[in-house]
Design a protein around this ligand. Structure first.
Ligand SMILES: C[S@@+](CC[C@H](N)C(=O)[O-])C[C@H]1O[C@@H](n2cnc3c(N)ncnc32)[C@H](O)[C@@H]1O
Length: 286
């Protein structure tokens, strides 16, 4: 055992007492960030290099600050994104929707597919699609200035092939120049019903930006309805859409994509915990 591993064990116990859901993973990630190593290299940090800022980070986590705001980084699929106060921390549930998007692009077999990410936040979805679908051109829309600043920084650092274009604005009216031409629209919009405010964990309520959580109105579906209308405007005939929702909204979101508005193959899709998590649909071909 070395000093750092001892300190991580003590921090794990403290974070468990504070009610953290993954105390050991949190303690290891905080230690890794402070010492500039990966989690798998923690045992290699010599005792003489122990950095006492570790305990400052642990105290912030104990007080309920999200892990990723403290470390300034979030992992999403194959990316390490810069995050912090003012931008939504990307969640693992969304990785599954991106996996579906990439499979769909492969099946579409379009040479340079045109993709739009509505409400891009840190640009997690847009940048993942760009990285994993090297010929895709991706447009990403974000209205919140603080989130847009984070997205810009991530795109600048991670978009090596210059595939992602960011647009500052409201996704209700965004990108009219692309109407009828887009192959795939993907969105993780705000969807928590205002009526569920009191049940949302305190660290989410206090630290994720309000625009990322509450744009859904009383039933949580307002922003999803806007995404449906924008997707219908942007997609070419036969184009696809995917929109994330909470694990209790599979049924109502299915009906947002109504047949009379041209939607076909509407499907409820599940996340890795087998809960309903996103709906996909295809716009009818001409
Ligand atoms: C739940 S967060 C998702 C962020 C990111 N796509 C992800 O999955 O990590 C929703 C994002 O949509 C943005 N947003 C909400 N309403 C919007 C609107 N009308 N137009 C553009 N962006 C919007 C929020 O500011 C926030 O960044």
């Amino acid at each position: 055992m070395n000093l750092l591993l001892d300190e991580i064990a003590r921090a794990t116990a403290r974070l468990a007492d504070a009610g953290a859901a993954s105390p050991r993973a949190d303690a290891e990630e905080l230690a890794a960030a402070v010492h500039g190593v990966n989690r798998g290299e923690l045992h290699k940090v010599p005792d003489s290099a122990f950095d006492a800022r570790f305990w400052e980070y642990v105290a912030r986590r104990e007080a309920g600050e999200p892990l990723q705001h403290i470390t300034g980084r979030a992992f999403f699929r194959y990316l390490e994104l810069k995050v912090g106060p003012g931008v939504f921390v990307p969640r693992p549930e969304t990785e599954v929707m991106v996996g579906w998007a990439l499979e769909t692009l492969r099946d579409m077999d379009v040479r340079d597919p045109l993709v739009v990410d509505l409400g891009t936040g840190s640009a997690a979805i847009a940048l993942s699609i760009a990285l994993e679908a090297p010929t895709a051109r991706v447009h990403a829309v974000e209205k919140d200035p603080a989130a847009f600043a984070h997205a810009s920084r991530n795109v600048e650092e991670l978009d090596e092939r210059d595939q992602v274009r960011l647009h500052h604005g409201d996704f209700a009216t965004a990108l009219p120049e692309l109407d009828g031409t887009v192959d795939l629209v993907v969105s993780n919009p705000p969807y928590i019903p205002m009526s569920e405010w009191e049940y949302v964990p305190r660290d989410v309520r206090d630290h994720d930006p309000a625009d990322a959580l509450w744009g859904g109105g009383d039933d949580g579906l307002d922003a999803i309805r806007v995404v449906e209308r924008t997707a219908r405007r942007l997609l070419r005939p036969g184009g696809h859409v995917a929109v994330e929702h909470s694990d209790r909204q599979g049924n109502p979101v299915y009906w947002v994509f109504a047949e009379e508005n041209g939607w076909r193959d509407v499907r409820n899709r599940r996340d890795l915990t087998e809960r309903d998590r996103f709906v996909t649909a295809r716009l009818v071909a001409d």
